[in-house]
Design a protein around this ligand. Structure first.
Ligand SMILES: *Cc1c(COP(=O)(O)O)cnc(C)c1O
Length: 347
């Protein structure tokens, strides 16, 4: 069985970085978040393409993710680790020259104990209550941390995709209160924060999802295409059913195509009948249940059934598919399966 083809347009990726970079002032650096294997698209390829157009700063979630990024971007780039300095990370941080963002007094103690002269940043919790040093803990440690010259002070916005949410200005105010006058490089904005405007940009912006073509960056170019091969077609009489649970019944004489991808490839079962798939410019409905390795499509109205149908691409974005599955583009991207044949273009 031939696998579906996932096409990753590195030209669109770098165009998205440039477009996001252009939204902040010239003296604001734009970094790139390449955690979770570059949002599922391949951290090595994605990082190398971005380094190739001059991106100098990268972010990953876990220290181990930094290994592939370091190999791809060379020695000069700076790679930050959001989860900070966790137990057992010292060797990887040192060997691959990764910069942990210290998240707690425990992490600070561990870092200065185990890697005293190794660079670090500080992540502050300004109201998201997820990751980062809490305000009181930071105020207690601030002097000692500043004496060791962190390379970045950062925090993360909980509601940046909702421009009018009052938590944005509240977090902005807290970030100022904690970091004004310290003279350390600062970062608050991810993709959503870039779109909130210059008050949120500080010294460095760190977009993730917008690079990969997802909302809230509505002007993004599509980066991902997914073409799924047709395995076989069959004709159904009125009353015959398709797939598990016999969930779809032919109401007219129908032609059904079976396609080679399913929920094991990240095509979330819940998208079921609400998603469409495209035969060139013509939308055709998915029918019945998504199975582990297969999709079924009603192609009755097509004059000719092509060898492949397109699930992601010019006609259907990652966010369109996310809507059909009641989720967000981030989850669609990071669920994209390991079985796909991956083709990189525009690199
Ligand atoms: C994932 C993440 C980002 C990137 O966010 P996007 O919404 O994908 O742009 C930035 N900062 C932190 C702390 C993150 O966890």
């Amino acid at each position: 069985m031939t696998a579906a083809t996932l096409t990753i347009d590195l030209g669109a990726l770098t165009a998205n970085w440039r477009a996001l970079d252009a939204l902040s002032a010239r003296d604001v650096e734009t970094a790139a978040v390449v955690k979770a294997d570059g949002y599922g698209l391949g951290a090595g390829r994605v990082s190398a393409a971005l380094a190739g157009i001059g991106v100098k700063t990268f972010f990953v979630a876990l220290a181990d993710e930094g290994i592939a990024v370091r190999a791809a971007v060379g020695d000069l780039a700076e790679i930050f680790v959001f989860s900070g300095h966790m137990e057992g990370d010292a060797r990887v941080l040192e060997q691959h020259r990764l910069t942990p963002l210290l998240n707690s007094p425990e992490q600070s103690a561990r870092h200065f104990d185990q890697l005293a002269n190794h660079p670090f940043g500080v992540q502050l919790d300004t109201g998201m209550s997820r990751l980062g040093m809490e305000v009181q803990a930071f105020l207690t440690l601030r002097e000692g941390l500043m004496a060791r010259a962190p390379s970045l002070m950062m925090s993360h916005l909980a509601c940046a995709d909702e421009p009018d949410h009052p938590q944005n200005t509240a977090q902005l105010r807290t970030f100022h209160e904690l970091t004004d006058g310290l003279g350390i490089r600062r970062s608050l904005a991810a993709t959503g924060g870039i779109l909130l405007g210059e008050d949120y940009h500080f010294d460095l912006c760190r977009p993730g999802i917008g690079l990969y073509g997802g909302l809230p960056f509505g002007d993004a170019r599509a980066v991902v295409g997914l073409d799924v091969p047709v395995i076989q077609t069959r004709r159904l009489k009125v009353g015959e059913t398709v797939g598990y649970g016999a969930a779809w019944t032919a109401k007219r004489p129908s032609k059904i195509a079976t396609l080679a991808a399913g929920y094991a490839d990240g095509l979330i079962r819940k998208m079921g009948a609400r998603a469409q798939i495209w035969a060139g410019d013509i939308p055709v409905p998915l029918i019945g249940r998504v199975s582990m390795d297969l999709l079924t499509v009603d192609v009755t109205d097509l004059a000719e059934v092509p060898s492949h149908l397109s699930l992601l691409g010019a006609h259907q974005s990652v966010d369109d598919l996310a809507n059909a599955a009641d989720t967000i583009g981030y989850e669609i991207l990071t669920s994209l399966g390991a079985r796909y044949k991956r083709v990189y273009t525009g690199g």
